[in-house]
Design a protein around this ligand. Structure first.
Ligand code: AQP
Length: 325
């Protein structure tokens, strides 16, 4: 299968991004043709600082590789380096009703959050995402649950294109992990963990052991003291149990048993240790990559050139079918 997915270079990549998306990418790259990009054009739709953005783009590449994406196996590149993303987005815009875009949950949430900057790019985000996927004729998109609506819209746009201009695109399907498709905020377990929130609400992949311990020990828990999975009654503990189970590779039932006669404090201490141990190799690899600028640039150049070859072929076909010369 051809797999396509990306992450915006906003904030710091957290364990929600990892468990929802990157962890799937790592296993998928073994047997599929994978295309992973840094979605810098998407990041322009919310307020940002241009100098910081440049640093964040490189930071994200380092993060992908440190977390286990293999540049020999997968194509890794920066979205804006392949101009066909923006070009296809424009063409697909002409097929997408505005009404479809105004009903998108992410658009509604972000327009509320950034009241002073409700720009046309924010509204058009899902069409650019459709272009990101269809440009490579992606068949599957490993993402977290929050992106479900956008992949659904990609299918609608692909269908409309095929009906209007002839069969061109396969309708891509979303790939959610069995568990971890929606990791919740540590400070408010009713909200999803998000890069643009307060750093106390997430564990970054490169947080120091001290910070991990602090954040986990002060994570919002629920009344009572039993370590039991119950999303409605105990959303905080259930979220922590999900993280524990995925990182320690243990069923939730076994973790509940282990902490049956212990309280939240012991459970949290143990979870902090699980996180620290799991993320230790990531921190080590990050440090090593930070000293290898040339290698990092090479990955991006090689990735963009491989991506461009596929993108140009699709654009030629799309331009012809749409009547452009
Ligand atoms: N809390 C989450 N649980 C599971 N998966 C998640 N993803 C995001 N949050 C969670 C998945 O991570 C990938 C990259 O996300 P993105 O950079 O495109 O931005 P996002 O979905 O908007 O993520 P954030 O963290 O909330 O970023 P900001 O705050 O910048 O908007 C996607 O596959 C997403 O599903």
């Amino acid at each position: 299968m051809r797999i396509v997915s990306g992450i915006q270079p906003t904030g710091e990549i957290h364990i929600g991004n990892y468990l929802g998306a990157i962890k799937q990418w790592i296993s998928l790259q073994e047997e599929n043709e994978c295309i992973f990009f840094i979605a810098d054009l998407h990041a322009l739709t919310v307020p940002y600082n241009p100098k910081e953005l440049q640093d964040k783009i490189i930071e994200k590449l380092v993060c992908y590789v440190a977390a286990g994406i293999n540049p020999e196996k997968s194509i890794i590149f920066v979205q804006s380096k392949v101009k066909e993303h923006a070009e296809l987005c424009w063409l697909l815009n002409t097929l997408c009703p505005v009404g479809e875009l105004t009903r998108m949950t992410q658009y509604k949430d972000k327009s509320k959050k950034f009241k002073d900057n409700i720009n046309a790019g924010l509204l058009d985000y899902p069409v650019l995402m459709a272009a990101d996927i269809l440009l490579y004729k992606g068949q599957a998109v490993p993402v977290g649950k929050d992106q479900e609506q956008h992949v659904e819209l990609t299918r609608t746009i692909a269908r409309k294109f095929n009906q209007t201009f002839g069969q061109t695109f396969e309708e891509p399907k979303e790939l959610f992990p069995k568990s971890g498709a929606k990791i919740m905020s540590l400070t408010d377990p009713k909200k999803k963990m998000s890069k643009s929130d307060d750093p106390k609400s997430y564990i970054s992949l490169f947080d120091s052991p001290e910070n991990i311990t602090k954040k986990i020990m002060s994570a919002e828990t629920d009344s009572g003291k039993e370590v039991i999975y119950n999303v409605t009654k105990k959303p905080g503990i259930s979220n922590l149990l999900t993280i524990y189970s995925l990182l320690a590779d243990k069923p939730i039932k076994d973790i509940e048993k282990e902490f049956k006669s212990k309280g939240y404090g012991d459970f949290k201490k143990s979870l902090a240790k699980v996180l620290i141990d799991y993320l230790e190799p990531f921190r080590r690899k990050q440090k090593e990559l930070q000293t290898r600028d040339v290698y990092v640039k090479e990955i991006l150049e090689k990735g963009a050139s491989r991506a461009k070859t596929i993108a140009e072929t699709t654009m030629q076909e799309v331009n012809e079918k749409m009547g452009l010369i």
